[in-house]
Ligand binder design. Sequence first.
Ligand code: PMV
Length: 316
Amino acid sequence: MPAISATAPGKIILFGEHAVVYNQPAIAVPISKVKARTIITANPKRKPGAVKVIAPNVGLDTYLDELPQDEPLAAAIRSVSHTLKLSTIPACDIRITSKIPIAAGMGSGAAVTISIIRALSAFLGVPFSDEQVSKLTYEIEKIHHGTPSGIDNSVIAFNKPVYYIRNQPIQTLEVPQPFTVVIGDTGIQSPTSTTVSNVRNAWRDNPTFYESIFGQIGRIVQDAQRAITGGEFKKLGLLLDKNHKQLQMLGVSSSELDHLVNVAKSAGALGAKLSGGGGGGNMITLVTSESAEQVADALQSEGAVNTIISVISSTI
Ligand code: PMV
């Protein structure tokens, strides 16, 4: 039997992180320059159920039986066999690799889960639909994030730009005129669960103030959707800057993120903000195609450990 493989892209949130947890809209796009990949090879010499999980990025090389219920890779594998009501998975090696930075706001957890679910459901002869993959991944995201909004599993499973509102059917976002972003990585790992719970605690202490910021972010996201569909990129840049200020007010930026945002602006970007959970991880900046390299170079020489230039379009 030939090996079965599946990949899943990274993602970036263009607008609306954190407020999306409180039912405001957000816009996210897949980033296919970085991917998670799962390759499954049957190993009929071992007895049924002898499933080996190999994930060099996290130093894992062990049998599924030995992994606890709340281990996210094992949970993704078990979610597939559970859905198919299988008590045993045929003996195989499941090899998982990823080029998506971990705890950096690029959806690495969701992408890894999605590549596992896609590869394993295909290996077992019943490839799951995007909808099914997204739903199962949302459950696993709870292990990573605690209280995920569902945006990561949606944008990565459907592999299209999305205008996302929690608990509502997914809306894909039309991008009639492609545009270029540069993603800059501070190199600082920052678990999303930490910043999300910090915001929750602050919101509990002062709901009026925080809800007013969430509402302002929601309006920025609506304006951004109109700017994207209308190809108004100057305006889109200003909206990124505004959204970054709101995120600073929520307390989820950091000196490194603020520095890279300022560097991008000085190098000619149209706008910039942190992206994802914040506290570290990545920032994004809107550029013209001519200035992309210049902005990426400026970010790298001012501390970004990596940059990705990506063209955002409806098809990705
Ligand atoms: O850090 P990321 O890229 O996984 O994004 C988190 C986005 C939040 O809005 C902060 C949380 C969520 O579940 O939507």
